[in-house]
Ligand binder design. Sequence first.
Ligand code: TEU
Length: 541
Amino acid sequence: MIDKTKYGWWRSAVFYQIYPKSFQDSDGDGVGDIPGIISRLDYLEGLGVDGVWLSPVFASPQADNGYDISDYRGIWPLYGTMEDMDRLISEAKKRGISVIMDLVLNHTSDEHPWFREALKGRENPFHDYYVWRDGSPDCPPNDMRACFGGSAWEYVPALGQYYFHQFAVKQPDLNWDNPRVRRELYDMIRFWVARGVEGFRLDVIDSVAKEPDRKITARGPRLHEYIRELSREAFCEPGLVTVGEAWSADVEEAKRWSAPDGSELSMVFQFEHVCLDQRGEKWDTLPLDLVELKRCFERWQKGLHGRGWNSLFLDNHDLPRIVSRWGDDGKYRVESAKCLAAMLHGMEGTPYIFQGEEIGMTNAPLELDGYEDVETVNMIAERRAAGYAEADILASARARSRDNARTPMQWDDSPNAGFTSGTPWLAVNGNYREINVRAALADPDSVYHFYRRLIALRKSLPVFREGTFTLLAPEDREIFAYRRDTEREHLLVLCNLSGNARSFPIPPDFEGAERLLGNYPEGGPVLRPWETRMLRAGEAT
Ligand code: TEU
């Protein structure tokens, strides 16, 4: 087992993201909950993960499924109680699983007591916890847009002022330039560390140093000063793992965020790779150019080697399901899910698996009136108003809505996939009779068992953690092949990301090498549709 008191333990770890609302309901109200998560810890232990990142479980009116927090020190009653949370932390720890909580520090809910106070008047001590500008009803301070549509400014007539919100109207931005705000947040973080939480994911952390007058949201001038202070004041324990969500990060920026001296964070989620198949807005999709994707990963792998640390992910609660996005969720669902997994997990960094990815869950075929996500609902309204055809709006939502990732976890083939005995808050994907955990556990060739082996390999072979990365055949439009090398150990990862059979020359030093993993029976020189192979040469250290 990993020694989690040591700085850097997370370099050998694999994490699993839980979206609590959709993971496991224990009381039949149709909403997942903490006792439900506890009941599935044995499953996660069996998979072999070292930690779970919980999307927010704090008290919240749920305008953005918990990313709108009304009490950072309370649990949303539908998820359970503080006692349940304490039990989850200790039960997880018994199984070698750390609990990583999701910190939403950029904004609160408009129902947070701080904001309610702030609304009482300009002289109220909490007023300056948020970002206000004077204005008149029809003249916002500027034309900045919110991420979920509409203006980023909301007028409060009683104050004659606008407040700034990068996300939904119900998510007012906190004013990080006020030192009292920062101190409140640090205290709150220490509260959770004292309860046994072993790490944090930091929501849109690159946006906290905003300067709306200059239309700056991400990467404001004081950003790294604030992050270093946060790290010093709140993340004092050497064993804490911290991962910042940073849509704006490029390689140079990520080196600062994840500097090996630990002055900022352990690592960041960067999103360059998942933005390659869109044109401007995420709703306007483009086919993925595999050559671009390979270049992108190569840049990150080489750039951060020895100078920072990568996080590795293809799926999360904001992204469509990867097997539907870059794989083939029809004929080659199983093969392509494994192939994409091998592509990702062979690289240097800390992998994150999003619930259901490990059984190859697919996008959800919802109808336009079935979407719950605030971002999708707003997009549908905006595009209808702008005169888009219904069929085009539906195609965008089905390809890109965040609800694709949020349909309930598919545990078995009983009604509602074993997620709830009640009515699920979001429809279960109808393919649960075929794609579910029970079936995956029983089938040695399932996507689940492939993930389990990948996780075990990463832990047993140092080359996964330490090896240099070399991209092979960079211009090949179907095959993603790379090698990882330490002085004594060599790893070759071959991924045919296409439905065509393809030959590929094996580098001579891998002739006769040990096959660690594959998604087809051992075969000759031709890579079959969506075939992946991992080969190892040399001595393990
Ligand atoms: O996401 C940040 C973010 O930028 C997303 O809104 C992203 O642009 C969008 O999801 C792409 O579809 C974080 C959380 O992960 C997300 O769930 C929250 O809604 C958001 O912050 C606000 O807290």
